[in-house]
Design a protein around this ligand. Structure first.
Ligand SMILES: Cc1ncc(COP(=O)(O)O)c(C=O)c1O
Length: 395
């Protein structure tokens, strides 16, 4: 690494998160680690820490992602959550990758291909999100009844994806009902893995009795999804209104707090590469968006929007102190108004640590934590901390 801008990833934190999640929610057989988008920005290297913590299946969004992960682990099962082009099935077989079947035409085509070896499939049901999946019991029955026509196709799983948390909304219940309706003619207990939930399902709902798998995404990376109960008169009124709605619409009970004790694993670092004193009325950066009201010390930091940080990031931390970002951030640099305590080459924290937690920064920038995690580009090297060892990887 020549430019000292990098993302440090604490592998122990990730492993401990999984252990903690499993301690709190021990009733599943399959804990899928959703590691698409380079493991939510953390990098594929982390999969072994997740597996050490207890993840026993991985899920990604593309064949590229699945094959890339084989560099780090050749054993663990990997499910691709989107349909892949069927001409690449040989790669799935070679790398022991499970595919998703999400419509009948796709399945029909799959049946015409002679498979040299077993290929695991999971059937995806569309229970309401309207993006992927089998929509009716007729369609599902067609697939199930045709499975014996290709003895190398192994039906290992069936799943859907929830669009909402189900807290104060009926969509979640409707999706669950739809799942039951689509699968009404099949005995779910004959399918090895039934998985519907994601992080929010895990923490907000009681376990769905017929599901033995859960797909963990954001929660693994340290976001407990704990929502402290709001207080005050407005919250009191909102609560009455929500409870009334829940009763009226028969919305199933949910919980918004949990006992998870998770930690995020990432800290994004850079350094001060220039310091300059500017005078009152001097401007900083493109568009002259910041005009100094008085003599000001400006530190220049080599990280910008091309590294994936939000363009409206507000603060950085240098020597344990928060400093304000001034001017518009550039493609590769940003400027900070500092004081004389800041020295050339001081380490700068852009994201993470006590003062810039992921959730706070996401809220300040008006984006979701998902965007913040997955936004960090691959040109930022990842440095993995495992006990006291550090290993640097460029993706
Ligand atoms: C199909 C599927 N399952 C599970 C997840 C994980 O979701 P979360 O990060 O909310 O747990 C995702 C994330 O986008 C997804 O697309």
């Amino acid at each position: 690494m020549y430019r000292k801008t990098y993302l440090e990833v604490n592998c122990e934190n990730l492993k401990n998160n999984i252990i903690n999640i499993k301690q709190n929610y021990p009733d599943y057989e399959y804990y899928f680690g959703v590691v698409k988008a380079n493991a939510y920005g953390h990098g594929g290297y982390v999969i072994n820490s997740l597996i050490e913590g207890g993840i026993n299946y991985l899920a990604v969004s593309s064949l590229e992602e699945a094959i890339k992960l084989r560099e780090y682990n050749t054993e663990i099962s990997i499910l691709i959550l989107e349909p892949i082009h069927l001409q690449y099935l040989d790669k799935c077989i070679k790398h022991n990758i499970t595919i998703t079947v999400s419509n009948v035409e796709y399945f029909r085509e799959l049946l015409t291909i002679s498979l040299p070896q077993k290929l695991k499939i999971h059937i995806k049901l569309d229970t309401g999100m309207s993006r992927l999946g089998i929509k009716s019991s007729d369609e599902l029955d067609k697939i199930i009844s045709n499975l014996p026509n290709n003895p190398n196709l192994v039906l290992e799983g069936i799943y859907t994806h929830f669009a909402t948390s189900g807290i104060n909304d009926k969509h979640w219940d409707n999706q669950l009902d739809k799942f039951k309706e689509i699968t009404k003619n099949i005995d779910l207990s004959t399918i090895p893995i039934v998985h519907m939930g994601r992080s929010l399902t895990l923490v907000n709902h009681a376990k769905i009795p017929f599901c033995n798998g859960i797909r963990l995404g954001i929660v693994m990376y340290g976001m407990s999804q704990n929502m402290p109960t709001p207080t005050g008169f407005k919250a009191f009124l909102r609560n009455i209104r929500n409870n009334h709605r829940k009763k009226k619409l028969h919305i199933s009970p949910t919980t918004t707090t949990n006992n998870l004790n998770l930690q995020t694993a990432i800290t994004l670092y850079s350094e001060v590469i220039e310091l300059r004193k500017i005078q009152a009325n001097d401007f900083v950066g493109y568009g002259a968006e910041f005009i100094a009201p008085k003599e000001t010390i400006i530190a220049t930091i080599p990280i910008g929007y091309a590294d994936g940080i939000p363009s409206n990031i507000k603060h950085v931390v240098i020597n344990e102190k928060l400093y304000k970002v001034v001017g518009s951030i550039c493609m590769d640099m940003l400027c900070v108004s500092v004081d004389d305590n800041v020295k050339l080459y001081d380490k700068v924290t852009i994201l993470g640590g006590d003062k810039l937690p992921v959730k706070t920064v996401a809220n300040e920038c008006g984006i979701k934590t998902y965007n913040l995690f997955t936004g960090i580009r691959n040109r930022v090297p990842r440095v993995y901390k495992n006990d006291d060892d550090y290993i640097e990887i460029e993706y």
